[in-house]
Ligand binder design. Structure first.
Ligand code: BG6
Length: 282
């Protein structure tokens, strides 16, 4: 059991948590988990072309989207998925006992979007045991209401995205971002072919990600989310993204508990909201 700071990526301090055979690596920029492995098996995908640079989002792992998810509803020129993922966090505390190793991080960087008028605290708890548990908590520290969105933008590593299934989503309504947010029903089991970008509304709290050929199942238990986003860019969109490696879209599927679009939570002064998930290999 340990938590240590490493400096392999200049300008991007990182922490490594170890507990038994489980390992988490995370960047203090964005409180961004870039590795979660169990017995040497990587559960998260990180692009071979990911940029590990100050101020750049990291393609893969678990970017934390905050204080909005996706495009901002308030201004066209605000960055997609908010600014937390490119902001600095500080280590607030760490714990380690027989059951888990954990850290709490807090957002400290200056708000890089001056026209965003929120005053809020954001704390992220990460606990590692035989599974990963994480929660992001926002508190409105201002004297007026604050609208908060968020997302745990989890890139799962898969052997072939075409063989992935998410049975819990069958029958749910979703908004199809590839077709101007048209509302549709997931009548057939979801299959990842080409670009998939869907916001499932009112999702179940537990979703299993199955890979048909490999003996490989991951359970995602989420709370505090109003939506579950499934994203795979497919070959064309991926090829246009400089930080997506060739064939990367075959090796990943994003399953993202989120408070998306107009589901943003209105926090009165002093109120808090939390969004979290556990990831467990079955
Ligand atoms: C997903 C969105 O959550 O993130 C997609 O639904 C988006 O629309 C994807 O393309 C990646 O976003 P970004 O900002 O990391 O390139």
């Amino acid at each position: 059991m340990s938590c240590k700071r490493i400096e392999e990526r200049p300008g991007l301090p990182e922490l490594v948590l170890e507990h038994g055979s489980a390992r988490v690596r995370l960047s203090l920029q964005g409180a961004h988990i870039t590795q979660f492995s169990i017995e040497g098996e990587e559960l998260l995908w990180v692009s071979q072309c990911a940029r590990f640079e100050k101020g750049a989002g990291i393609r893969g792992g678990i970017p934390l989207c905050w204080p909005w998810f996706g495009a901002s509803l308030d201004a066209n020129d605000w960055p997609q998925h908010g600014f937390a993922r490119t902001s600095d966090f500080q280590l607030l505390s760490q714990t380690s006992d027989a059951h888990h190793t954990g850290v709490t991080l807090t957002l400290t960087g200056p708000v890089p979007v001056p026209s965003w008028e929120g005053i809020a605290s954001l704390e992220v708890d990460i606990r590692l045991s035989d599974h990963l548990w994480m929660e992001a908590r926002t508190r409105n520290c201002s004297d007026r209401d604050l609208l908060i969105g968020a997302g745990l933008h989890t890139y799962f590593a898969v052997s072939d995205s075409r063989q992935v299934s998410l049975p819990a989503l069958t029958g749910l309504a979703y908004l199809d971002k590839t077709e101007s947010f048209q509302r549709k029903i997931q009548a057939e089991p979801l299959s990842i072919e080409g670009e998939v970008d869907r916001v499932y509304q009112d999702p179940p709290s537990q979703v299993e990600l199955l890979q048909t050929k490999a003996e490989h199942r991951i359970a995602v238990d989420a709370w505090g989310n109003t939506d579950l986003v499934v994203w795979n860019p497919g070959p064309t969109v991926a090829a246009a993204m400089a930080d997506f490696d060739n064939e990367g879209y075959r090796r990943m599927v994003c399953v993202e508990p989120a408070i998306a679009l107009d589901h943003r939570v209105r926090l009165a002064p002093g109120e808090s909201v939390a969004i979290g998930q556990t990831l467990r290999r079955l």
